[in-house]
Design a protein around this ligand. Structure first.
Ligand code: GLN
Length: 270
């Protein structure tokens, strides 16, 4: 009986070992070189891009993939530089710190160039422009930023934490900001708070604003813009070499129309 058990165990072990061998062998069955099935992609230097993938159409999820303008521009840059792009999705609020400490090579997230951010990171040339716009309920009495900033006004404002919408309105409202501005982790949360009446307006970049408003009902974007801004890629101040390389690739991609073509593929002219 013992012998029989030992035999079964031995057969089972041989079976599992050969299954393992079959699995691990599948990748190099063609070349036998030990490289992965994708050929020599693992030889390429990695380019890690930190983003926050809740900012359509610049970065958003399509199933499990992160897609969008920034993703396509970054892929085109990586291709020109012969690098392998790796995208990491983190809180918007953590991108600059992650780039500063060298955890990520660059930050690309519809990020606006501001003087304050320039103290912490370096920016590439700008590849797109944005506008801080104001979303309100369709029947709102708010018609422009002046109504929000008027003396005695008490409107509550929702923003995405640490974005320029947050920074500008907090600055403009001064002391009143503490009671009137609510910071949400995502733009989506801010818009949900507007829809449920917790805030009276949301200040956010115009392109995500459009997609949030079209996905909800009873909301509109005011015609008047709050602030116009430039989007760029950020780098550690210690990595000017990479910034210069990326800028070189970006210049070519702007000059040959690739960047505009990518943008037009996501943003239809009105
Ligand atoms: N453009 C805004 C900023 O840089 C918002 C970017 C974002 O939410 N991804 O602050």
């Amino acid at each position: 009986m013992k012998k029989f058990l030992a035999l079964i165990l031995a057969v089972a072990m041989i079976a599992s070992v050969s299954m393992l061998a079959a699995c691990s062998g599948s990748g190099d069955s063609k070349s036998g070189s030990g490289k992965d099935a994708k050929g020599d992609s693992s030889d390429k230097e990695k380019l890690t891009m930190a983003t926050n993938a809740y900012f359509p159409p610049y970065e958003y999820y399509e199933g499990e993939d992160i897609v969008g303008i920034d993703v396509d521009v970054a892929k085109a840059i990586a291709e020109k530089l012969g690098m392998e792009l790796e995208i990491v999705d983190i809180e918007f609020d953590s991108i600059i710190a992650g780039v500063q400490t060298g955890k990520y090579d660059m930050g690309m997230a519809g990020m606006t160039v501001t003087e304050e951010r320039k103290q912490s990171v370096d920016f590439s040339d700008s590849y797109a422009t944005g506008i801080q716009s104001i979303i309100v309920k369709e029947d709102s009495a708010i018609t422009s930023i002046d109504d929000i900033l008027a003396d005695g006004a008490e409107y509550k404002i929702g923003v995405q934490l640490s974005t320029t919408g947050d920074i500008y309105i907090t600055e403009d409202l001064g002391d009143a900001a503490a009671s009137r501005v609510t910071e949400f982790q995502t733009g989506n949360d801010a818009v949900a708070a507007l829809a449920s009446g917790k805030v009276d307006a949301v200040i956010i970049d115009n392109e995500p604003a459009k997609s949030y408003v079209s996905a909800a009902s009873g909301l509109k974007i005011l015609d008047t813009e709050y602030v116009a801004e430039d989007y760029a890629i950020c780098f550690s101040k210690d990595n000017t070499e990479l910034k210069d390389k990326v800028n070189g690739a970006l210049k070519e991609l702007i000059a040959d129309g690739t960047v505009q073509k990518i943008i037009d593929g996501y943003i239809k002219a009105e």
